[in-house]
Design a protein around this ligand. Sequence first.
Ligand SMILES: C[S@@+](CC[C@H](N)C(=O)[O-])C[C@H]1O[C@@H](n2cnc3c(N)ncnc32)[C@H](O)[C@@H]1O
Length: 222
Amino acid sequence: MFGNSKPVVSNQTGIHQDLFRTVQRHLTRTWQAPVAEHTRAAFAEALAWLAERQDAPVILDSGCGTARSSRWLAAQHPGAAVIGIDQSAHRLARGRDAGALPDNLLLLRAECADFWRLAEEGGWRLMAHYLLYPNPWPKAAHLKRRWHGHPVFPSLLNLGGTLEVRSNWPIYLQEMQAALGQAAIPSTLDELPADAGEAVTDFELKYLHSGHALWRLQAQLP
Ligand SMILES: C[S@@+](CC[C@H](N)C(=O)[O-])C[C@H]1O[C@@H](n2cnc3c(N)ncnc32)[C@H](O)[C@@H]1O
């Protein structure tokens, strides 16, 4: 199930030369693209689910895949309402097939950038936000697909909470750290100790099996 995976290959050797300019543009403009209908429906479902959980603090697991991490977060934080979001119905179905979901976990098929904007508009303030092994988009031409290079980046910041991003491509996190710095948000970036304990996501498990070094960025969003 967890075959070997190759290290990330990129034509970048360091932070993208257009990162500063790209982030600056996004921090000073509002992104106006329309929101997909299926994500509006997913957001409405999230609101109804949260209404039954009174004031439980919200943890988002964005790009949760098969939701191994969402289940882990729900177990670690029984008083929180954990929402796992992924665009892949197939991965979410595999996650649901792994067993009954805990009462404090909701899994939704949604587009993260749209969901974050709806949450921002709704005034959400998160307890924590996890972006665990986001697609690295390692080709230099794909900078704008990485979350820190995406026009939704200001909305991600406005959701607040403790942000944790993990990757097996350190440049992704170095860029994220630089982009946060542009918004005057300090962060820490460390290598995950190889003996850190259980893998919290399927990709983390696969990377550990393949001997990849793994990296973690943490920040407190204001
Ligand atoms: C590399 S996988 C990591 C999955 C999981 N976090 C893990 O570590 O096992 C990236 C996940 O992000 C999801 N994803 C990528 N872009 C997305 C987007 N814009 N909105 C929602 N999900 C997205 C993909 O479907 C995929 O499941």
